[in-house]
Design a protein around this ligand. Structure first.
Ligand code: PMP
Length: 430
């Protein structure tokens, strides 16, 4: 088969300009297998970024589970089928005490939306605190707390008055720098939260990723999250950990990214990895918080928690446990990290390497003293990587961070292939 030259034009006609690809000429992909994508010419790419698959493209157990369950039955979660109860139980068992209740949805945006709705119902407050440079989704409420200039360029103009922003604790280029900057960022955040409380508007929720994904894989500096969680709770709010991108073993931990900060959130949102690309998401919280929904009505999602989705969700957890992919995330992640840091020592364009486990961000700068972001270069590097058989993507508020968030089955060989190609591209001179 050959690529259809007219198809890209038809795609552009069918899509809106708000839905652009990261590439000028995206390859027409047809198949996926483990950490590889294959285009219609039969050319394979290492998919370093992927977006949703955790286990790897085309996992045979997921494919078999979907096919089997689809033939058997697919219905909504109001029906009493074993899979929906089992999935809720499995997830609740993975959540720390006292989180024991699971609500199923279709996506990360819906999970964040529902988390904010729960916080409103539980606290009776509308106000929400969120970080700058964040992305949490596209629905009305999740979009309102999506502040990233890259993902949501009109965020500032469209932000509703119930959203209050805290600085992203960026230890590389923010107001406070270095690994010891957590306390200073927390002090700033607490000041904002205290100010809101004094003005009679204490936030009912604080939403934050425990590893700042779309901000470029930034690791929260030590001490930040516990101090901010304390302040939010002191004012009666709920702490929401958005684990849509970073949960499910990606950071090398079993199971959550927040574990590295020694905190327990009040609400956790998950999606993406949860269904390995099949639409599935969830909100985890305490029963009393979840029950607050009943005071304002009911909750039902036609396809959220469908039988097929739940069977996929159970299969993902089985495979994760059996293949111990969190160990792979830690080990291959450490190897990838060491190799990326070596690149940073040799190429001045690489200012820093962020992240943990199999979430790495390679931040490109024009000048290591001023940290001027190399955003155009990041896009150009991704285009060159594509030519060399690697799918990668710019991320971060300034679009200057190469995001490496591969499926957890990434082999060392593929990790090396990515770094070798990146090395080659960086040697071309920028
Ligand atoms: N939260 C985070 C942290 C995300 O990265 C995303 C998606 N990139 C979402 C929420 C929204 O998820 P979805 O695209 O499944 O609606």
């Amino acid at each position: 088969p050959k690529p259809d030259p007219g198809l890209l034009g038809r795609r552009r006609a069918a899509f809106t300009s708000a839905q652009e690809s990261y590439y000028a000429e995206p390859p027409q992909v047809e198949r996926g297998w483990r950490e590889h994508l294959v285009d219609v010419r039969g050319r394979a790419y290492v998919d370093v970024v992927n977006n949703v698959t955790l286990l790897g493209h085309g996992h045979p157990r997921v494919a078999a589970a979907v096919a089997r369950q689809w033939r058997l039955l697919n219905t909504n979660s109001r029906f009493h089928v074993a899979a929906v109860t089992e999935l809720c139980e499995r997830l609740a068992a993975l959540a720390p005490d006292p989180l024991d209740t699971v609500l199923l949805v279709n996506s990360g945006s819906e999970a964040v939306d529902l988390a904010l709705r729960l916080a409103r119902a539980w606290t009776g407050r509308e106000d929400v605190a969120a970080l700058r440079e964040a992305y949490h989704g596209w629905t009305v409420a999740s979009d309102a707390v999506s502040t990233s200039a890259l993902d949501n360029p009109h965020a500032a103009a469209t932000r509703p008055p119930w959203v209050h922003l805290l600085d992203a604790p960026n230890a590389y280029r923010g107001r406070h720098r270095g690994p010891g900057s957590g306390a200073a960022y927390a002090r700033d955040a607490v000041q904002v939260l205290d100010g809101l409380a004094a003005a009679g508007r204490p936030p009912g929720a604080f939403v934050c990723e425990p590893l700042l994904g779309n901000a470029g894989g930034l690791v929260l500096p030590e001490g930040y999250l516990p101090a901010v969680y304390d302040a939010v709770r002191r004012h009666g709010g709920l702490c929401v950990a958005d684990e849509v991108q970073v949960g499910y073993g990606r950071t090398g931990r079993w199971f959550w990214a927040f574990e590295q900060h020694g905190v327990v959130p009040d609400v956790i949102t998950v999606a993406k990895a949860m269904g390995d690309g099949h639409p599935l998401g969830a909100v985890l919280t305490r029963r009393e918080v979840a029950e607050a929904l009943a005071r304002e009505g009911s909750f039902f999602s036609s396809a959220g928690g469908s039988t097929v989705s739940c069977v996929v969700g159970l299969t993902v957890l089985d495979v994760l446990e059996e293949e111990r992919l969190q160990d792979a995330a830690r080990d291959v992640g450490a190897h990838l990290r060491a190799r990326l840091e070596d690149l940073a020592r040799r190429h001045p364009l690489v200012g820093a390497v962020h992240g943990t486990g199999l979430y790495q961000g390679v931040e490109l700068v024009r000048d290591r003293a001023t940290l001027e972001p190399a955003s155009e270069e990041a896009y150009a590097v991704c285009e060159r990587l594509l030519e060399l058989g690697v799918v990668c993507q710019p991320a971060g508020d300034r679009g200057n961070v190469l995001k490496a968030k591969p499926p957890l089955c990434l082999s060392r060989k593929s990790a090396d292939a990515f770094v070798d190609r990146l090395d080659e591209v960086l040697r071309e001179g920028w």
